[in-house]
Design a protein around this ligand. Sequence first.
Ligand SMILES: [Zn+2]
Ligand SMILES: [Zn+2]
Length: 407
Amino acid sequence: MTSTIKIASILSCLFLLTVTSAISVFAAGGIVKSPTGTAPDRYVYYPGTEELKKDEIRLIACGTGLPAARRDQAATCFLAEVGNGDKFLFDIGTGSMPNVAALMIPYDFLDKVFLTHLHTDHWGDLSTLWAGGWTAGRTGPLKIWGPSGATKEMGTAYAVDHFLKAYNWDAATRNFVLSPKPGEITVKEFDYKAVNAVVYQENGVTIRSFPAIHAGDGPVSFVLEYAGLKVVIGGDTFPNKWFIKYAANADLAIHETFLTPPDLVKFYGQSPGQALLVGTGIHTSPQAFGKVMSTIKPRHAVGYHFFNEQSTHDDILVGVKETYSGPLSLAVDNMVWNISKEAIVERMVVSPDQAWAVAGPNKPPKPPAKGTVPDPITDFIKAGRWEPAEAAQAEMVKEFKKKYKLK
Ligand SMILES: [Zn+2]
Ligand SMILES: [Zn+2]
């Protein structure tokens, strides 16, 4: 069923390309030269099969949806992979981790997370990356960059500190059998009011932050610069003066374009008053999105943050077209852009539903030495183990111990 959905997504993507006249993407077509030959690259990216060029950025939409869950669209998450090998997760919204995991990137390479703000649809799947990565190959701590808030309690450091407190039972029980290192999270909190400030600079990658206007003080937008390329990750925001100034001339600019007020009423069950406030005050309408893009003139514009189906897609496209006619993607999950000086190519990721984690080059850290971490199970509970089950598995356990020379 999922592959049917993927094909449908590809078809709708092709439809989108025809209406947006992004000519460069048609270079991804080609012809099959013989009945026994291979098919050319057909609007599809198979993860792990293409080496990234030194001066290239690959950006993958791992979540493009809303706080309310939908199987077809997770909440916000964009993975940026740059030609030097570094990878950056921008937001990790609810439900986005299955899309990230399906890329089969070793967890050690997915240790840098930049949060635009602390709505769950932008960081709700941190738990999955944190604990899942811990059990499946990450060898060191997770590193999170995120904005401060108007008060200490509204900032990223506070959020992550209390995230770890909320998951204390999880950590305490894993610490007994796994190295505690990958369960740690380091936070680099930066001033949400800082304008175009560098928040990360390493190995030729610069990431800057500027304020966004959304729901409360704290949200930010990011600019990633690498190899003379500029990618803007807007997060959630009403159009603002900082975006106009610092996202100008981006190679690829992502800005939200929210469901239209009529669709918020029709599909999301909001009252007309609510719909207008949410769709034109807290978020960005399609017309306002178009105005932003025709002002900053990116090489390629990306709109996201709406449930993207035929009717909503068309409503948004009609709104955007009132004010913008340049190259455009209305994002769905698993859309991917290869960005270089020569071209910006949009395709769809085709990835397995049953992907396993892939080991990276680093050796896993040793579990804690016996007695250094308190046993989280008391003798009272242990005494409840059912003997016939122990007996039933005894032979298998003996064989396994023999094979791996375990005591
Ligand atoms: Zn938000
Ligand atoms: Zn959001």
